[in-house]
Design a binder for this molecule. Structure first.
Ligand code: HEC
Length: 212
C-alpha cells in the first residue's frame, strides 16, 4: 500500500469508529435525575418553555399563601414539542414551578403584584417507569425550605394524598392545571401555531371594560 493510500484508509477507519461510537451513545437524557425515587434538584429550567405565572399573594391568603407567591411554571423542551404535536404529556414530562415573592405593589404602569425574589422550587414528573403506582404516574417534589431562604439539593416524592390528589381532582388536563397556563391550553396539539404569532384571531372571552 502506498503511504497516501495508507493514510486515506486510516482516516476512513477513524470516521467509521466515530460513527460507531455515536450510534452507541445513549438516547438524549431526560432533564432530571432520579435515584431510588430521590430527585436531584433540576438545573437550567429558566431556559425551558415558560407556560405561565399564577399568583397567590400572601395578602390575599391570610398573610401566608401555601405556595408564596408568583409561580413561574416551565415545561422541558422535549415535552413541549410533544404537547404541541399530540396534545399529550409524554412519559418523562417535567414541569417546574419556581416561587417568586411579591416585591412591589406599585409601578409606573399602575398598581399590581410585581415579581421580587426567588424563594422556592417545586417540580412534578410523569413517569410510568419511576412511579408505576402513582395516579397518572405523576409524582410531586419540593426543594423549598421553611424560611424560603435556601433550596434543598435533593427531594423525596410526596405521598399521593399530599399533592397528587388535589391535582387529580381539580386540574384540567392530565393532572396539570392547564386552565391557568394559556400557553399550554391554547397550544394543545396546535403544531407550529402553538409558538405564537401565527393567528390574528385571539379567540378569547375577554370583555373590554367600559369607559374612555
Ligand atoms: C389544594 C390543591 C393543591 C395541592 C394539595 C397541591 N397543588 Fe400543586 N397546584 C395546584 C394549583 C391550583 C396549581 C396551578 C395554580 C397555581 O400554581 O397556583 C398547581 C400547580 C402545581 C405545579 C405546576 C404544574 C402543574 O401541575 O400545574 C407544580 C409543580 C405543583 N403544583 C406542585 C405541587 C406540590 C409539590 C404539591 C404538594 C406539596 C402540590 N402541588 C399540592 C393545586 C394544588
Amino acid at each position: 500500500m502506498t503511504i497516501v493510500k495508507k493514510a486515506f484508509m486510516s482516516i476512513v477507519g477513524a470516521g467509521a469508529l466515530a460513527q460507531l461510537l455515536l450510534a452507541a451513545a445513549p438516547v438524549a437524557a431526560e432533564e432530571y435525575s432520579i435515584k431510588d425515587g430521590v430527585l436531584k434538584r433540576p438545573t437550567g429550567y429558566r431556559e425551558w418553555i415558560y407556560v405561565g405565572t399564577p399568583v397567590t399573594p400572601n395578602d390575599m391568603n391570610n398573610g401566608k399563601a401555601a405556595f408564596p407567591e408568583h409561580h413561574n411554571v416551565y415545561i422541558d423542551p422535549k415535552s413541549w414539542s410533544h404537547w404541541k404535536d399530540t396534545g399529550k404529556f409524554r412519559e418523562g414530562t417535567i414541569l417546574i414551578k419556581e416561587l417568586v415573592s411579591v416585591g412591589s405593589k406599585a409601578a409606573v404602569s399602575g398598581q399590581g403584584y410585581f415579581q421580587g425574589e426567588f424563594i422556592g422550587l417545586e417540580a412534578t414528573i410523569k413517569s410510568k417507569k419511576h412511579f408505576p403506582n402513582e395516579p397518572g404516574n405523576w409524582a410531586y417534589y419540593s426543594f423549598s425550605t421553611k424560611d424560603h431562604k435556601t433550596l434543598a439539593a435533593t427531594a423525596k416524592p410526596f405521598p399521593t394524598a399530599s399533592c397528587n390528589s388535589c391535582h387529580l381532582a381539580s386540574a384540567s388536563d392530565d393532572f396539570v392545571f392547564t386552565q391557568y397556563y394559556p400557553v399550554l391550553s391554547a397550544g394543545k396539539a396546535k403544531g407550529e401555531s402553538a409558538a405564537g404569532g401565527h393567528d390574528s384571531d385571539l379567540n378569547n372571552s375577554y370583555v373590554e371594560p367600559k369607559g374612555n
